[in-house]
Design a protein around this ligand. Structure first.
Ligand code: F6P
Length: 352
């Protein structure tokens, strides 16, 4: 066993449903090819701190339907650690890795591209509920988040209808409004607000007039979906690490978002309509993956392992149309895939 070829696998950045299905696929494809697979715990932090475990068919069975990642994750970049990239290189040698499979979103894949440029043998798999990774139609986790958000909107619809209210739901999407667009479209939302279409005075006025017109037409409730990264007058409204002082104690509020709450206040005040705001927060990132995400994870995992075998490093597996293919990581790095405006315009036909 001493000279068995060894590959590593890690999950970086925010978790998402479907990661475990991908881990299982890589492990159970690689073993019959003669590889030993080592799971790196807690992403780059764990890589540098030598936290890992051997993965085999026993510890990757029964995880296909489990949300999150059995390996743990973290948002720590090796490029933010003193001597970090060097330590990652050393870790490769210490662990005797022939290659590393990295499951990441835009942030993780961008730094992975830099590591690949340094000569490390890496293959990427795109995963994030945000679906904002370039060069792939979908990422692992997106369809599950859309389903959770669409289910939430259906629930909000019935209570909005009973109380004749305007109901806003804030969903994730810092830089792109994919979840908002797809979930809103599936629910027949009256408005979908996304980072790609920044708000200004004119748009808010239009939105208020649309809500008032609905009311005049006898539609006595409305549903608005808001992506957390929606910009107002070109200023990002995302907040993170806001300090709040209460009875002499200062608390740091972590997490992003808050735009829907502000908008709800403005809409309520300007239209006189009763308005309520909900936020899905981390609920949309947890739990069982839908079948689509499991199958995408499996297809990506198998292809990534084949790329390793062919020593095609520096590539990321991707879905283009019906084809599972691969693209250079450098084409994916340092940029996001924003919402396809053709799809947004289809959703917009049903607004109001
Ligand atoms: O994984 C991407 C994402 O879900 C974003 O949409 C969201 O803004 C962010 O993660 C929040 O993640 P965390 O609080 O875990 O860093």
């Amino acid at each position: 066993m001493g000279h068995q070829k060894r590959i590593g696998i890690l999950t970086g950045g925010g978790d998402c449903p479907g990661l475990n299905a991908a881990i299982r696929a890589v492990v159970q494809t690689a073993i019959p090819m003669g590889y030993e697979v080592i799971g790196i715990r807690n992403a780059w932090e764990g890589f540098i701190n030598n936290e890992n475990e051997i993965l085999d068919s026993n510890n990757t069975t029964g995880i296909i339907e489990r949300g999150g990642t059995i390996l743990g994750t973290s948002r720590v970049s090796p490029f933010r650690i003193e001597g970090g990239p060097q330590q990652v290189g050393d870790g490769f040698n210490k662990l005797g890795l022939e290659a590393l499979v990295v499951l990441g979103g835009e942030g993780t894949l961008s730094l992975t591209s830099r590591l690949a440029d340094m000569g490390l043998s890496i293959v990427g798999i795109p995963k994030t509920i945000d679906n904002d990774v370039r060069e792939t139609d979908y990422t692992i986790g997106f369809q599950t988040a859309v389903q959770i958000a669409a289910d939430a909107l259906d629930r909000l619809r019935s209570t909005a209808e009973s109380h004749h209210r305007v109901m806003l739901l804030e969903v994730m999407g810092r830089q792109a409004g994919w979840i908002a667009t797809y979930a809103g479209m599936a629910n027949g939302a009256d408005a979908i607000l996304i980072p790609e279409v920044p708000l200004d005075e004119g748009k808010i006025e239009e939105l208020c007039q649309m809500l008032e017109a609905r009311k005049r037409r006898g539609r006595n409730f409305s549903i608005i979906v808001v992506a957390e990264g929606t910009k107002w007058e070109d200023k990002p409204v995302l907040r993170r690490g806001v300090d709040i002082t209460q009875q002499g104690e200062t608390y740091r509020i972590e997490g992003l978002g808050g735009i829907a709450r502000i908008l709800g206040e403005v809409i309520g005040r300007r239209t006189g309509l009763e308005t309520r705001v909900s936020s899905l927060d981390y609920i949309q990132r947890g739990g069982t993956p839908v079948a689509y995400d499991r199958n995408l994870a499996i297809a990506f995992g198998v292809r990534a392992t084949e790329l390793v075998k062919q020593k095609r490093y520096g590539e990321m597996v991707a879905l283009k149309g019906k084809a599972i293919t691969s693209v250079p990581l450098s084409k994916v790095a340092n940029g996001v895939k924003t919402v396809d405006m053709n799809i947004y315009e289809v959703a917009a036909r049903f607004f109001g």
